[in-house]
Design a protein. Structure first.
Length: 214
């Protein structure tokens, strides 16, 4: 088994490959996913695990209050992710590193959450050599080019020649009824992009493992 993770505080996603089959997971916040998108993703076989939003803070909250809130929130989010993969014989864990747009306090926050996720996997028995981390550019390159935008990543997924992928409910749904996952203006709804990014993280992990064997 190989696990690919696209981590974000508001909409983490994962793809698990078992033999020749894929299972897609979403750990998006309640406020991120629209009701009709949620139903369409469930019907497509995506494991939807909605996570409560972080508790709102007073407008004039202190640094200490904000940090405590993030600590409590990470304690809710991270176990919701890792519990799905406990005791599974996963041989490689791939994760996309921090985005180029994350800076300052935002970078510090997402770094803290992601390190908590990594440590939870370690506690589950993940060995250091099983862990892979890739830059966003590397993951994009697996899909086609290192400067791919979100829509191009999705297009690459839809047009993939991966036979195992074509057998998934998600691939079939995106190819036959894309409007179920788009706004009236044709914009892809959350968390489609995150789920698909996690697939490309998994594929990047597979490719790097094969290169090491060569």
């Amino acid at each position: 088994m190989i696990l690919g993770i696209d981590f974000s505080i508001k909409s983490t996603a994962a793809t698990l490959k078992m033999g020749e089959g894929y299972t897609f997971y979403s750990f998006a916040r309640n406020s991120v996913v629209k009701a009709d998108t949620l139903l369409a993703l469930k019907a497509a076989g995506v494991v939807m695990n909605l996570v409560p939003d972080e508790k709102p803070l007073p407008k004039k909250s202190t640094i200490a209050e904000r940090e405590r809130s993030s600590l409590d929130d990470a304690g809710v989010l991270i176990p919701e992710i890792t519990k799905w993969f406990t005791d599974l014989p996963i041989e490689a864990y791939g994760i996309e590193g921090f985005s180029f747009g994350s800076t300052g306090n935002r970078l510090a926050q997402i770094s803290g959450y992601q390190w908590a996720l990594r440590w939870d996997f370690k506690k589950m028995g993940m060995k250091t050599e099983q862990f892979w981390i890739f830059s966003p550019m590397t993951v994009k390159a697996t899909a086609g080019k290192g400067n791919f935008k979100k829509d191009e990543m999705i297009d690459a997924f839809i047009n993939s020649d991966d036979l195992a992928l074509k057998n998934t409910g998600l691939w079939k749904a995106l190819n036959t009824k894309p409007e179920l996952f788009q706004t009236k203006r044709g914009i892809w709804c959350k968390p489609i992009d995150d789920i698909i990014d996690s697939y490309w993280v998994l594929r990047t992990t597979e490719l790097n493992k094969e290169l090491l064997k060569a």
